[in-house]
Design a protein around this ligand. Sequence first.
Ligand SMILES: [Zn+2]
Ligand SMILES: [Zn+2]
Length: 344
Amino acid sequence: MPELRQNFATKEWVIIATERARRPEQMVQHRERKPLAPFVASCPFCPGNEGLTPPEVLRVPASTAVPWHVRVVPNKFAALSREVEPTRTVHRSRRTVNGFGVHDVVIETPDHAQVLALMPDSYVAEILRVYKTRYDELSLDPRIAHITIFKNHGADAGTSLEHPHSQLIATPVISHQVRERFQHALRHHDDFGECMFCQMLEEEMEEQARVVMTSEHFVALELFASPAPFCTHIYPRRHMASFGDVSAAEINDLARMLRTMLAKLYHGLKDPDFNFTLRSAPAENFGVKYFHWYVSIIPRLTRVAGFELGSGMFINTVVPEAAAEFLRKVDVESTESAAAAATQ
Ligand SMILES: [Zn+2]
Ligand SMILES: [Zn+2]
């Protein structure tokens, strides 16, 4: 029997199409990815081509005397401009803010052929610390209302550049979708005196059916009302409204979990295209009791079609509990040690 499920946080309904359901292993990607070279002379993100990007805003390590691991540069084709002051105009039915904003590119590694899913945890931690540094800096800017950190991996996830990178866009307004989620969370807190995410996590930990892995500080799970196959969320186990509140120990733990989850998708589904995004409280809501930040990973295995566009309702053909079971079984450590042994 198909089932409609409601997303507790967003109130959106999805159809879990059990009649058309596919086994998780049927979602394995069969297209060939062309092997990449570790250095591409024409790539603006490869070492030696630093002059092809706008001047960097951050580099790790900071010293220019040693090779860099991570660089942050303004996006050359930025969606918004950091050169203007945000000015709002309202004229009858038309409301605008001029195009102020910050659009950073985080170049994750000097190695063109590397993928986040296969990097050492300590490299992933370095990238997360760069996210936090920029997140903290931009949060202090009174012109900025909201910061979105995201990654597009592969053509179906919307990337045009092969070199591993992620992005950060800071906007002078808070989107309707983010605002609405905050209002739901605030209302829930008013009604029940609890963070709805903490409550949901408690139930998920009790039930275990959708939990993929847990660590000291985080839990990764498949969404109960997942709008698409393998939508995975990683939540901090202690209540925290903002990514800016994360501690140094928690960053290291998150790096390990994010890397492992990406590796489970990489090995289990054969390197699917994916997006991930970090959903955190806007600066004006730092420290609130009713919101809880998280990382959302969305493999791009299916396409959005007419029904989704017309109804705002998604049809998911993989049952979230089956997706969780499938991902729990992908043993990253033994897959990687077997691959390493084979190449020796
Ligand atoms: Zn490159
Ligand atoms: Zn919470």
